[in-house]
Design a protein around this ligand. Structure first.
Ligand SMILES: Nc1ncnc2c1ncn2[C@@H]1O[C@H](COP(=O)(O)OP(=O)(O)O)[C@@H](O)[C@H]1O
Ligand SMILES: [Mg+2]
Length: 266
């Protein structure tokens, strides 16, 4: 699935969507953006969830003076709303100003996505949850869609609407990222999710207690805990998308398990 190199002179635009809110689109998108940048891609991530802007918190960029909201309100140019997170990863925060907030930005979003498209190699579009005019425009402007679900029936069944919309708009859905997996027996299995959605699960991301604390400090898990299950899952997804092979990093917990196994074998 080497998507990122498939179109040499243009960015690959990937919309990160979900039916239900809170499945972890922003968390997965921000970590994936960093992971893709680690594979040498020049990545821009844009938060289009203007009502519930939280990407800026996750990357510690809250309170930026010029945001996507300012651009959509006609008060600034998109080039003024792009902020560097690292050399290869830039962020367009949505902003939280109620003065500039509008509820239908679909026409502006299409223009902004085209502008951003010419400025990077991978454009990750962190979407609002559910279906609305903005999401419709984003999906029709994107090359691909990734749907983020949690392993429960409501989240998965709500995702079907987004998948149907994408197919109506002729935008390919790469697959589902299953987030917040606890391996509780009540959870839907990967196989069940693949059957219901008729899509491959392209990443299985565990529930991780450190995510909230990282968000509070504005640092990404893939940077802070590269050996965690979450980081390994996201790095592996980035590797798949860029046609690379990823060797999982072993953390202290698996080392402890290995040590115990060795002790028990004696
Ligand atoms: N893998 C995870 N493990 C634990 N908490 C998570 C995980 N992914 C997201 N969260 C938490 O779930 C909440 C919603 O995540 P967020 O990324 O903002 O979702 P969305 O963008 O879909 O609304 C946040 O509090 C976030 O810290
Ligand atoms: Mg979000």
């Amino acid at each position: 699935m080497n998507l990122v190199d498939s179109k040499k002179n243009e960015a690959i635009k990937i919309a990160m969507v979900s039916g239900k809110g809170g499945t972890g689109k922003s968390t997965v998108s921000a970590n994936l953006a960093f992971a893709l940048s680690k594979y040498g891609k020049d990545v821009v991530i844009v938060d289009t969830d203007v009502n519930m802007a939280n990407l800026e918190l996750i990357v510690g960029m809250e309170g930026m003076p010029i945001t996507l909201n300012s651009v959509m309100a006609g008060n600034a140019d998109i080039t003024q709303a792009i902020y560097e997170y690292t050399e290869n990863m830039r962020v367009v925060p949505a902003g939280v100003s109620l003065d500039e907030l509008k509820f239908d930005n679909s026409a502006e979003l299409e223009i902004i996505i085209e502008r951003l498209n010419s400025m990077c190699e991978v454009l990750l579009i962190d979407c609002p949850a559910g279906l609305n005019q903005d999401v419709n425009s984003i999906i029709s402007s994107a090359d691909h869609v990734i749907v983020v679900v949690t392993p429960d029936i409501t989240s998965v069944s709500d995702a079907i609407k987004l998948i149907n919309l994408s197919s109506k708009l002729e935008t390919s859905v790469l697959g589902a990222v299953v987030n917040k997996i606890t391996n509780d027996s009540s959870e839907l299995t990967t196989k069940a999710i693949e059957t219901i959605l008729e899509l491959p699960v392209i990443a299985s991301v565990p529930e991780d207690d450190t995510v909230r604390a990282n968000a509070a400090y504005g640092i990404l898990s893939v940077q802070k805990q590269p050996e965690s299950g979450l980081s390994n899952a996201i790095m592996e997804l980035a590797a798949k998308l860029t046609g690379n092979r990823y060797i999982p990093q072993k953390g202290s917990s698996s080392t402890l398990v290995d040590k115990l196994k060795r002790l028990l074998k004696r």
